[in-house]
Design a protein around this ligand. Structure first.
Ligand code: SF4
Length: 251
């Protein structure tokens, strides 16, 4: 039976991107193969088996409380279905499941088993680092919305992933997609221009979201406007959107 290491399951508002403010159920998978220097989800970074062993999954106990219970990992598809059902608002026609992490596409086999079970109950919203194009291709028919990060080397401190991103966008074509770039105080205009060109090559109407990093990585406010202006010369929909859940002190 396929199983997955899951870090937490909770209900909150979507705090990022064009669907900001919608009520979503979040399933945060453990493990990510990148190490972006601004990463704000360190608990999801465990990649090696030894890092994951013994870590329980925190599951919100009900919609009316922020309290959680610890559930032993690993979790099965039916475990996840049961926990998500507990957090589903009855009668809400746009019930949405946000698959987040970490990097959910590292759990491709698990998602391939689970998503067909729940796809008619929920709109499936994938938050991804935009690198695992083969997994995206395999799962595309089961995913409704793709929130794809474009990893700017000047923001992440990592090598560029332009080619991986290009293939990923091609794999996600036909889904409801937007591209998100985290902007830090280190972000350079050339990276934003390259990201905008990447989007434009697929479809210049795909929204490009510039998301300011927080804390010590936060950019200067005027830089956000300068980068937006630069990208608007290439793609038609460039939005500066902060992380609303942090402003609201929500999970
Ligand atoms: S891809 Fe996301 S989860 Fe992974 S290190 Fe970067 S910010 Fe963190």
């Amino acid at each position: 039976m396929v199983q997955a290491f899951v870090d937490e399951i909770f209900s909150s508002v979507q705090g990022e991107g064009p669907w900001i403010g919608e009520r979503h159920i979040f399933v945060r998978f453990m493990g990510c193969d990148l190490r972006c220097r601004y990463c704000d989800t360190p608990a999801a970074l465990a990649l090696e088996e030894r890092d994951k062993q013994g870590r329980p999954c925190r599951v919100q106990t009900s919609l009316r409380s922020f309290s959680t219970e610890d559930v032993p990992n690993l979790l099965s598809p039916s475990d996840l279905t049961q926990f998500c059902s507990r957090l589903t608002i009855r009668g809400y026609s746009r019930a949405t499941l946000s698959l987040t992490g970490g990097e959910p596409l590292l759990h491709c086999d698990f998602l391939g088993s689970w998503l067909p079970e729940i796809g008619t109950t929920y709109r499936v919203y994938l938050e991804t680092n935009g690198i695992h194009h083969r997994a995206m291709q395999d799962l595309a028919a089961m995913i409704d919305v793709v929130s794809m990060d474009v990893k700017l080397p000047s923001s992440t401190g990592l090598r560029p992933f332009w080619e991986e991103h290009r293939q990923f966008l091609a794999s996600a074509a036909g889904r409801d997609i937007f591209v998100k770039a985290v902007v830090t105080g280190e972000t350079v205009k050339d990276d934003i221009l390259q990201a905008a060109s990447l989007v434009s090559d697929l479809d210049a109407a795909i929204p490009l979201v510039l998301q300011p990093a927080t804390g010590k990585w936060a950019p200067k406010p005027l830089v956000l406007l300068e980068l937006q202006e630069a990208a608007l010369g290439i793609v038609s929909d460039v939005r500066v959107i902060p992380q609303a859940h942090k402003l609201l002190k929500l999970p």
